[in-house]
Design a protein around this ligand. Structure first.
Ligand code: MN
Length: 206
């Protein structure tokens, strides 16, 4: 049984980038529904058998995303994985905002984009340009090369054999209470609450 992931910050800890009201609906209602649906769909799906029972929850979700056909199981497992990665990559901004250290991930970004700002600009443009509901991702190939992908609906780059590192949820439910239709303003605010330590750990574990 999957459980709703605990948040490592207070409900108002990410404000004003993400308000407590948005956290209450997005984490408490939307994600809870995906978790409940997934728990109903797993029994008898072929992903709850002995071949999968030893997997930790995140690995099981990635296995489903990589192997399940399009449909309700893929959608709900993808949305649980995507939202867990989304919510766990944030931390309260504090006075200093959010800056990466000179980590391997940061160095790889600089080697491919030249500057952190140039990377942010392309990432934001791909998020803004994603038609309808979905996710914009930074993902890594095995050799460390980075790619930005646009994934519609419940998509995750793990389905393409890439390691997911960073994501902005661009479903309207992620920002409508705080920003209404202003998706770019919502994305611009997320850079201030990124926990680069989490991103670096994902990159190292690719
Ligand atoms: Mn969402």
């Amino acid at each position: 049984m999957f459980k709703l992931v605990d948040l490592p910050y207070a409900p108002d800890g990410l404000a004003p980038a993400i308000s407590a009201e948005t956290i209450s609906f997005h984490h408490g209602k939307h994600l809870q529904t995906y978790v409940d649906n997934l728990n109903k769909l797993l029994p008898g799906s072929g992903f709850d058998d002995a071949g999968h029972s030893g997997l930790d929850p995140e690995s099981l979700l990635k296995e489903i995303v990589a192997k399940a056909p399009a449909g309700p199981l893929f959608n709900n497992a993808g949305q649980v994985l995507n939202h867990e990665m989304y919510f766990l990559q944030f931390k309260p901004a504090g006075d200093a905002g959010s800056q990466p250290g000179m980590t391997k991930l940061h160095q790889q970004i600089l080697s491919q984009w030249g500057t952190l700002d140039a990377f942010k600009e392309e990432f934001a443009a791909k998020g803004a340009g994603l038609f309808g509901s979905g996710w914009v991702w930074l993902a890594a190939e095995k050799d460390g090369h980075l790619v930005i992908t646009q994934e519609p609906n419940a998509g995750n780059p793990a389905a393409k054999g890439l390691a997911p590192i960073l994501t902005f949820d661009v479903w309207e439910h992620a920002y409508y209470l705080d920003y209404q239709n202003r998706r770019p303003a919502y994305m611009a605010a997320l850079w201030d609450i990124l926990d680069w330590t989490v991103l670096e750990a994902r990159y190292a574990a690719r």
